[in-house]
Design a protein around this ligand. Structure first.
Ligand code: ADP
Ligand code: NA
Length: 342
């Protein structure tokens, strides 16, 4: 049996939030700490994905640094994991091109994420007032680049949140298609979901917490204790005073119960609801805030410490990571190019 290869990515589109942490990042650290030494672990800041939505270059540069810093602050160790920026490994784009020749447009058209992102972007160009040419090929083909990210390292495990499952189905299908067309080259990667599949927005609890959501919708991993308390205190709940876990009827309170559960390693949300039933909304929210502060202890301090280090520090880690990633990627590309006939 081959050693496992774990790959996952995060976009440098803002400081990572509690949804990213519970849905993905926390799992990355746990896998790092539990995996046998022969397991390869790669964690990537997917900057080529970030530019599928309009980005300001100065801001993108800053956010790449912030995201790298946060990957270290949560406890990923560069001695153990390959931590790198996607744009430093050109083979991601090369393999994507090859996979586009196998990717049916009608399958891409069925992906839900580009539709959501397109609907959310409010930019209307004066040359295109009805928005009909707003969908760019980059955003539409995003899942093919994501398939390339994963397959480039012959990945076997991809720890992500639920919003990525549909994209990974496509990656699995492209891997199978490549193998059938050109000969066995890629393992079929398996998805691994964290217990927190989907953390909801604090201000709109029927949509997922996202870096592109309103400021008061998120708890970011660089927030101070006061900020965390404030955001949870103002989280949207309803006017029913008793606390119950009813995700359909009461998404706001139920999201907070789930957060409390995830922060304390519990998944018996109904039971947590019953235990909190007698608390006032104010006290319940304080309990939730306590659990978040306790569960994220030290991350924000470590993040700010890393951000105060000179630019050379993060740059060095990113270069080293890219060097290792390039080496692995080139090995796969040798196989791929040979298989295709180039
Ligand atoms: P965002 O959607 O906030 O821009 P990314 O696209 O960079 O975040 O996703 C990074 C990882 O975080 C992915 O594995 C994604 O599935 C996970 N993730 C993002 N938002 C959530 C959420 N609200 N709940 C659980 N996991 C999430
Ligand atoms: Na996402």
């Amino acid at each position: 049996t081959h050693p496992e290869v774990v790959f996952s990515g995060i976009q440098p589109t803002g400081v990572p939030h509690l949804g990213n942490y519970l849905g993905a990042l926390k799992q990355w650290v746990e896998m790092q700490n539990a995996a046998p030494p022969e397991t390869k672990l790669l964690f990537c800041v997917v900057d080529l994905h970030a530019i599928t939505q309009p980005q300001n270059p100065e801001e993108l540069r800053r956010r790449r640094r912030e995201t790298m810093a946060m990957l270290l602050a949560i406890g990923l160790r560069p001695e153990r994991c390959v931590i790198f920026e996607q744009s430093r490994v050109s083979a991601h784009a090369m393999l994507m091109w090859i996979l586009t020749t196998l990717a049916p447009v009608n399958l891409l058209a069925r992906q839900t994420q580009w539709k959501t992102k397109l609907a959310a972007s409010e930019v209307r160009s004066p040359l295109d007032p009805d928005g009909s040419s707003k969908l760019k090929l980059g955003l539409f083909s995003y899942p093919v680049l994501q398939a390339a990210d994963v397959l480039l390292y012959k990945t076997t495990f991809v720890p992500v949140g639920e919003d990525q499952v549909q994209h990974l189905e496509l990656a699995r299908s492209l891997a199978g298609k490549f193998n059938r067309t050109f000969g066995e080259t890629f393992p079929i990667p398996r998805v691994r979901l964290a217990p927190a599949k989907r953390v909801m927005s604090l201000s709109h609890p029927t949509v997922k917490m996202s870096k592109s959501g309103a400021a008061n919708s998120q708890i970011n991993l660089d927030h101070s204790e006061e900020e965390i308390r404030k955001r949870i205190k103002t989280a949207l709940t309803d006017s029913t005073t008793i606390i119950t876990y009813e995700p359909e009827k009461r998404p706001g309170v139920s999201n907070l119960i789930e957060i409390l559960g995830h922060m304390t390693q519990r998944s018996d949300f109904e039971a947590i609801g019953r235990e909190c039933a007698g608390l006032s909304m104010k006290h319940f929210k304080e309990r939730v805030a306590d659990s978040v502060i306790e569960g994220m202890k030290g991350i924000s301090e470590e993040y700010h410490r890393i951000m105060r280090e000179g630019d050379g520090y993060l740059d060095g880690i990113s270069r080293e990571g890219a060097e290792k990633a390039n080496e692995l990627a080139n090995r796969t590309m040798d196989d791929v190019m040979r298989a295709v006939g180039m």
